[in-house]
Structure formats: C-alpha cells, structure tokens
Write a protein that binds this ligand. Structure first.
Ligand code: IMP
Ligand code: MG
Length: 182
C-alpha cells in the first residue's frame, strides 16, 4: 500500500555541492584504477541520473571511456517505504554479454534493487559486474549485497536531492539533504 504523502517541514543540507563534487572525482579515480577503460555503465533510473552524469565526466578525466545505458527499476511507491518487489519499467538496449559492467545507483538501502539488477545482468552473460553508489545506508540491508564503490555512508534518514526524490520532487537540489516530516 502506498502511504499518504506527508508535507516536509524542514530540509537540511547533509552533503554540500562541494563535498559531492570532490567525492565524485575521487570515486572516478578508484573506478579507473580497478576497472578497464572500456566499461559499460548501467545506470538505474530515475534516482541515479545526476550522479551518472557527473560520474561519467569525472571518469573522462581518469581515462575511462564508458558506454552508457539506462534501466528503470521501481521498488518504491511514492512515499518513503520500500515495497520490496522490483519491477523493470524500462530495460537497457545494449548487449552486456562478455562486458565489464558498472552498475550505477543513487543509494543502496535494502539492496533489493541492486540485487535484482546484478542478477539480471549476470544471467545475460556479463563478464564482470561492479557496483557504484553515491550513498549507502548501512543498517537497512535485506539482501546480501555490497557496493564496490561507495560515495558516502549516511545515517538511516530519508534524503533527497542530487537525483534522489520524495514523490518525484527535490531531484534538482544540487546538494543532498535530510527531510524532516515531524
Ligand atoms: P533499495 O532499498 O536498496 O532497493 O533502494 C531502492 C531505491 O529506493 C533507491 O535506488 C532509491 O531510489 C530509493 N531510496 C532509498 N532510500 C532513499 C532515500 O533516503 N531517499 C530517496 N530515495 C531513496
Ligand atoms: Mg532508485
């Protein structure tokens, strides 16, 4: 069941524009050091489009020449609770067979979305699969999955901005912020 939308009363900056920019640059370096330059990025929409756009430009300066594709998966309703079930809304177009794949997502929470995506890409014959997420909430994992590259580990609070939404709002915020509904 989709919970009724609550009106946020406070939005507080958790990670600034500057902090995000610096971390994306260092993540790109980490990725360049442990993956070949001809990777294919599978970006999980909608939340990861901002991170992906910044990451591929940072990867350019680290010598990586990725191909990029997008998959839209849904596991959330329009509120703040995961429904647990993952659905493909839009599939990738490219063939992942024998490729080095970097799955890019906004946040690793329960792990249901990334587990689903990783299994799917593995089944389709990818050679090697790594995962990059901008954020990770450590205590919420339901699936046994780890990200290879993590921007920031954050406390267990609902966040918006930098692509992350609440009811499809706030994606445009250039920083990451906590939302207080109380
Ligand atoms: P999962 O629970 O790891 O499957 O995460 C599924 C998706 O839930 C993420 O890709 C995000 O789109 C969304 N999500 C998880 N936590 C938050 C949050 O704090 N704010 C906004 N979206 C979130
Ligand atoms: Mg998402």
């Amino acid at each position: 069941m989709i919970e009724p939308l609550k009106k946020p009363i406070r939005i507080d900056v958790l990670l600034s524009v500057d902090e995000l920019e610096k971390r994306v640059r260092s993540l790109a370096l980490e990725i360049a050091q442990s993956m070949p330059s001809d990777i294919m990025i599978v970006s999980l929409l909608r939340g990861s489009f901002v991170f992906t756009a910044d990451l591929i430009r940072a990867l350019h300066f680290s010598g990586v020449k990725p191909q990029v594709d997008f998959m839209t998966l849904a596991s959330y309703g329009s509120g703040t609770k995961s429904s647990g079930k993952v659905q493909i809304i839009r599939d990738i177009v490219e063939d992942v067979r024998d490729r080095d794949i970097l799955i890019v997502d906004d946040i690793l929470e329960s792990g249901n979305t990334l587990t689903f995506a990783k299994n799917l890409i593995k089944q389709r014959g990818a050679k090697n699969i790594k995962i990059a997420v901008m954020l990770e909430k450590p205590n919420k994992r339901k699936a046994d999955i780890k990200a290879d590259f993590v921007g920031f580990t954050i406390a267990d609070k609902f966040v918006v901005g930098y692509g992350l939404d609440y009811a499809n709002y706030y994606r445009e915020l250039p920083f990451i912020a906590t939302v207080d509904f109380s």
